[in-house]
Design a protein around this ligand. Structure first.
Ligand code: NAD
Length: 297
């Protein structure tokens, strides 16, 4: 029989991931502190819980997808938290992007209770979460990964074992720094092009066929042309990931540059009250700096 799966944290990423695990035939119990986030999954056959405890009671494999380290550490480590309540032999898999110090704290605490723990941050965005094409960067015991591989396979085909706990989130922070820097370079280029009289669709198409191509160009059609800045990937989450990258760089004395510029842009967006918007909303800040912002409707 398929293992029973629990899923806690059903936001922009967690919801479509949980939906794909459910579609793969795993019996599932879900919980989010925002009850509305569970509606579509309950309609699709998941059991809705009213607390994290209820999920733990019914799960052999428990997936979590929360904003960042403070939320994850509270849910796992507080009295009455996941590590205290999890059944012996069950597996806790955290899909959130967190500081590498978080998995390093959680794994030994889980092991002391006979509970397995893996970090498994993901990449591919909401589009990849919906399409079940995410890359998954796991850290922890490789044998435990093999036990949960069939469940993770439901959310993405590219499941990597990066190393011991902390390695997965280190790589995830590196990936997001590169993704953010690419996106900001793309958006600065696009604003300059607009001011020079070019149009977004033409620039997007031609750069895609040229050496400036990157995944960032998908944002031209998806966000910039329709001026659709609903998340997606929130500014506050990208800011957190760049903070993770920069804190690792400080700790290791690596004198990085681009991540600081990228974080400065996220900080400007936070200061403008745009933290809940998609990170591509920074395009509008660059337009303002360039004096090309469209007049308010
Ligand atoms: P989100 O803010 O849309 O969703 C987070 C969800 O967690 C919310 O529904 C919230 O209600 C819930 N939650 C928070 N604390 C909880 C608790 N204690 N108990 C139950 N539910 C709780 O965020 P998201 O975009 O889904 O991102 C989740 C994680 O995935 C983050 O670490 C993010 O960095 C990472 N990530 C996001 C993307 C993306 O494109 N959005 C891509 C890759 C990785």
């Amino acid at each position: 029989m398929a293992v029973s799966v629990g899923f806690i944290g059903l936001g922009n990423m967690g919801n479509p991931m949980a939906s794909n695990v459910l579609k793969s035939g795993f019996p599932m119990t879900v919980f989010d502190k925002n009850p509305k986030a569970m509606d579509n999954l309950i309609q699709a056959g998941a059991k809705g819980a009213t607390s994290a405890k209820q999920v733990v009671d019914s799960a052999e494999v428990l997936l979590t997808c929360l904003p960042g380290s403070p939320e994850v550490e509270a849910l796992y480590l507080d009295a009455g938290g996941l590590i205290e309540l999890a059944k012996r032999g069950s597996v806790l898999v955290d899909l959130s992007s967190v500081l590498p110090t978080t998995p390093r704290k959680l794994e030994p605490r889980a092991a002391a209770r006979g509970v397995h723990y893996l970090e498994a941050p993901v990449s591919g965005g909401v589009t990849g979460a919906r399409a079940a094409t995410l890359a998954i960067m796991t850290g922890g015991d490789a044998a435990v990964l093999e036990r949960v591989r069939p469940v993770l396979r439901a959310i993405g085909p590219n499941i990597y074992h990066v190393g011991t706990v902390g390695a997965g989130n280190t790589l995830k922070a590196i990936n997001n720094m590169m993704s953010s820097v690419n996106a900001l370079a793309m958006m600065e280029g696009m604003v300059l092009g607009l001011k020079a009289g070019l149009d977004l669709a033409t620039m997007g198409k031609i750069v895609k066929a040229s050496s400036g191509n990157s995944n960032a160009l998908a944002r031209v059609e998806r966000n910039l042309i329709p001026r659709d800045f609903e998340p997606g990937f929130k500014v506050q989450l990208m800011n957190k990931d760049l903070e993770t990258f920069n804190s690792i760089a400080r700790e290791l004395h690596v004198p990085v540059s681009f991540s600081n510029v990228a974080q400065r842009y996220q900080q400007a967006a936070l200061a403008a009250g745009l933290g809940e918007k998609d990170t591509s909303v920074i395009f509008t800040l660059i337009e303002k700096l360039a004096g090309t912002a469209p007049p308010r409707a």
